[in-house]
Write a protein that binds this ligand. Structure first.
Ligand SMILES: [Zn+2]
Length: 247
């Protein structure tokens, strides 16, 4: 069985942290410095996919950095730091809202998303771009037709604008069900990421991720990228199922 790699989930990175999903810029810089100082190698999603499907080798201490939604601060703060550290990452923009405000949120105007030019700069820096559906809805609540549309439309729009195949998908809210992987495969995706519910280390269309939030201290970050990362996923899954029992 492939050994796989910890996959970290980020959202925003800004100068100051104004919510749980925003990692402060200095906190993020310290995390990259930690990876750099401790022999970690950031890998591409493609490298992980090749490892899972063709058993190609991964570096000794691999870690995959992922960024959901494609916030404008990812271009302003994350991109220069990744370039300075020569690190890799994948961003998952929401096709319908590229260059706009977060139309799926209650207070959309507060947060800006990268535009196509910024995404092209991200791509030109050797970093990857994946899909995060067309409108950022909950896939498990949709009809088959709606799911198929969300996955196909986002792929088509991103490929049209970026001129490159979009092979990977990330489910909004980590939400998916038994149908979703099949839809993803039919839409032409090679692999997809959830968060923890329903995921499995070698399930190509339901790969688990570990969240990094404003509250993630460096000692905890160290554990999340260590060999203990699988225990984090298991603990989060257990927590999720216990919540379901008592709901
Ligand atoms: Zn999202």
């Amino acid at each position: 069985m492939p050994n796989t790699a910890p996959i970290l989930m980020y959202h925003r990175v800004d100068v100051v942290s104004d919510n749980r999903n925003t990692v402060a810029l200095e906190q993020f810089r310290r995390q990259l410095q930690f990876l750099h100082d401790n022999g970690y190698t950031t890998i591409s999603m493609k490298a992980l996919y090749d490892h899972l499907t063709a058993d190609t080798a991964l570096p000794a201490k691999p870690v995959l950095l992922t960024f959901d939604d494609g916030y404008e601060d990812n271009h302003r703060h994350v991109l220069p730091l990744l370039q300075a550290y020569r690190m890799k990452a994948i961003v998952f923009p929401v096709a319908q809202w590229v260059g706009a405000a977060c139309g799926w949120k209650k207070n959309p105007a507060a947060e800006r998303l990268m535009n196509w030019r910024q995404l092209q700069e991200w791509q030109a820096a050797g970093l990857e771009i994946g899909a995060h559906t067309f409108s950022h809805g909950r896939l498990s609540t949709m009809t088959d037709e709606q799911v198929a549309y969300e996955l196909r439309q986002s792929k088509a729009v991103l490929e049209e604008q970026l001129g490159r195949p979009v092979d990977f998908l990330c489910y909004p809210y980590g939400d998916f069900d038994a149908r979703t992987g099949q839809h993803a495969e039919q839409a032409g995706y090679k692999a997809a990421l959830g968060i923890f519910n329903g995921t499995g280390q070698t399930q190509r269309y339901a790969l688990p991720r570990i969240g990094v939030s404003s509250r993630t201290a460096l000692w905890e970050y160290r554990l999340k990228v260590s060999k203990l990362w699988k225990a984090f996923v298991a603990a989060r899954r257990l927590e999720g199922s216990v919540k379901n029992i008592f709901r």
